[in-house]
Design a binder for this molecule. Structure first.
Ligand code: PNS
Length: 163
């Protein structure tokens, strides 16, 4: 059984995440979408909401589990869950510069490998931060997020942050 972890805040999950997770599910027997909690970060959506949005969105794809990652080391989480790889999408050389030291560190910590998947061209500019900002300022983000996330964005204003 080859198991991978796709970690992230998913605040909220968007179509760029979905695309990478779906491709990871084609490469591995099981993919754990691990929703992180970082107490230094201010989230728009609480952990349970972020998990629920991801579960709803990914329910049609088999071999995917969505669960909380906690606030500890990702490498240790992967070891505990028996995952041999972390899968990350790369949108730019900036992503690569940010991710490479973490990939090396994670491998040195527990031996977990990191697999980078190039982002699909249509989503290469996408981030949860940009989705929230464009939506808050009245722009249409329906092309970039699942329908259930659109509904959540509509009911949650910028000042109404969750944990
Ligand atoms: O969606 P995000 O916020 O960019 O996801 C960040 C995440 C969860 C991948 C990152 O914060 C992370 O790896 N957290 C675990 C903490 C950790 O292991 N730090 C050491 C990295 S070598």
């Amino acid at each position: 059984m080859r198991r991978a972890v796709c970690p992230g805040s998913f605040d909220p999950i968007h179509n760029g995440h979905l695309e990478v997770i779906a491709r990871a599910a084609n490469l591995f027997d099981e993919v754990i979408v691990a929703v992180s909690t970082n107490y230094a970060k201010k989230y728009r959506f609480g952990l349970e909401e972020r998990i629920e949005m991801a579960r709803r969105t990914l329910s049609a794809i088999s071999g995917i589990i969505v669960e909380p990652m906690g606030d500890g080391l990702l490498a240790e989480y992967c070891r505990q869950r028996g995952a041999s790889a972390i899968v990350k999408g790369l949108r730019s050389s900036g992503d690569f510069d940010y991710e490479l030291p973490m990939a090396i560190m994670n491998r040195q910590l527990t031996g977990v490998e990191t697999v980078f998947l190039p982002a699909e061209a249509h989503y290469v500019h996408l981030s949860s931060t940009l989705v929230k900002e464009v939506h808050d300022l009245g722009g249409d983000v329906s092309e970039f997020v699942p329908r259930s996330v659109m509904a959540r964005l509509a009911e949650r204003s910028a000042g109404d942050a969750g944990r």
